[in-house]
Design a binder for this molecule. Sequence first.
Ligand SMILES: Nc1ncnc2c1ncn2[C@@H]1O[C@H](COP(=O)(O)OP(=O)(O)O)[C@@H](O)[C@H]1O
Ligand SMILES: [Mg+2]
Length: 330
Amino acid sequence: MNAAQFENVTQVFGDFTAVDGIDMAIPAGKLTTLLGPSGCGKTTSLRMLAGYTRPTAGRILIDGVDVTRTAPEKRGLGMVFQSYALFPHMTVADNVAYGLKLRRTPRAERDARVAEALELVGLAHLAGRKPKALSGGQQQRVALARAIAIRPKLLLLDEPLSNLDARLRVQMRSEIRRIQAETGLTVVLVTHDQDEALEMSDEMILMRAGKIMQQGAPAEVFGSPKNRFVADFLGYENFVRTAGGLVTVRPEHVEIVPGTVSPAGGLALPAIVTDVAYRGVDQIITVVSRDDGGEITLMSDVRADAAPRVAVGDDVVVTAPESRLISIEN
Ligand SMILES: Nc1ncnc2c1ncn2[C@@H]1O[C@H](COP(=O)(O)OP(=O)(O)O)[C@@H](O)[C@H]1O
Ligand SMILES: [Mg+2]
């Protein structure tokens, strides 16, 4: 069952096409991420789903109903932006109650839902505080509680973690997963961070320049990138043009062997070491080589303690087993 669907949706601003005829399905009761580099159309897609921007062309369905022309407040969605936009003069509880008041939810039910939402995000003890007395992470949870309290059909989160410091950001990933699992809400989360998307998603939709490049479960997309853009975005550093087409292989699956003798089978390219970067647990060895198209740079990520001792300028062979080579479109 799909909670939402885009059918050939386009958004044009002036002469610029921000979203270019996309089809996508948001599965119900799951966490779907829209992932891609800055400017690829993630926020525009989310805003069209929320109803803040009307598509130039195409249809948007929520629960199977065409909402393309439905006002945002009639779509029953909860939204959290990068900036939490809490009301500074209201208490935490009043902030969370805000959407329920707008909907004229009766007092008793409102209080119960506010308490429940604050419980869910672990802030019941701070209900009487003002936002400025809270940390960034706590403010983020208030914004989440406010969006959840209205029991939205869809919870839309636009880069909700990007204003948090690195450690808290990683904590909040599993926190949002837990909240999603406990509530069974359909969540659409926008991020430009591939680690965040891989860790949090049931379903991942990778965008580039207004188009969808690939959609699927994280392990599916990560394990079988369709094209060079997807592979590159997910950390495949090595691209080799062979007689049979373009192949890619992850740095952690590449080995650099000293000398000039190639082992049989798989990838085996003579190369020269150009950089060795020590990183504690591992090290990154960079080499230059040649493929069917000309000079290429390749990278190997190996455990620091297991690494063969190679130095800049050494003649080496770059190897990878056949099973790790993935054929992709350019
Ligand atoms: N209201 C607007 N008017 C003109 N251009 C816009 C508007 N909103 C977004 N854009 C442009 O559309 C592109 C996609 O923007 P956006 O959806 O915000 O990207 P993302 O969220 O993936 O970073 C960007 O190039 C942006 O500058
Ligand atoms: Mg954005």
